[in-house]
Design a protein. Structure first.
Length: 56
């Protein structure tokens, strides 16, 4: 069975990022488009990120 750690994505510079590199850390994964209606939720996600970014 696959887990989230079997996936990779490209960062904003186009470099491959393996999710397995983040095993044991908190992950926030958001997949949205600017016109999908969920964009207003990004502010809340940014707040969540600021609250947990330094926790292991």
């Amino acid at each position: 069975m696959m887990t989230v750690y079997d996936f990779s994505a490209k960062d904003m510079a186009g470099k491959e990022v393996k999710l397995e590199d983040y095993k044991g850390k908190v992950l926030i994964i958001v997949n949205t488009a600017s016109k999908c209606g969920l964009t207003p939720q990004l502010e809340g996600l940014e707040t969540l990120y600021e609250n947990i970014k330094n926790k292991d």
